[in-house]
Ligand binder design. Structure first.
Ligand SMILES: [Zn+2]
Length: 89
């Protein structure tokens, strides 16, 4: 089973593990809606240049455009969109 086909809750846990680093910075905004995010709740998603979708763990064949910060709700909707596009592929 590919790494990204796991429950959303698990994906959200995975994309929170960089937060110790983020807490040193003052204000981080959500890439999607632009609202400031509580540093403890930031979710980091990696954008694939290959298909334009955000991933918790980029598929090995994809090229990365870097990691972007999201609030929980926006991270969930991006991950759902990614899962939907994977199913349609
Ligand atoms: Zn947002």
């Amino acid at each position: 089973m590919p790494k990204y086909l796991v429950p959303i809750s698990e994906l959200l846990y995975l994309c929170s593990i960089n937060n110790k680093q983020a807490m040193k910075q003052q204000l981080i905004k959500c890439t999607n809606c632009g609202r400031p995010i509580d540093p403890k709740k930031i979710k980091w998603l990696e954008l694939s240049i290959t298909d334009g979708c955000y991933y918790t763990v980029l598929p090995s064949s994809h090229l990365s455009q870097g990691s972007f910060s999201f609030g929980t709700d926006c991270a969930i909707s991006e991950l759902k969109r990614t899962l939907k596009s994977i199913r349609q592929a």
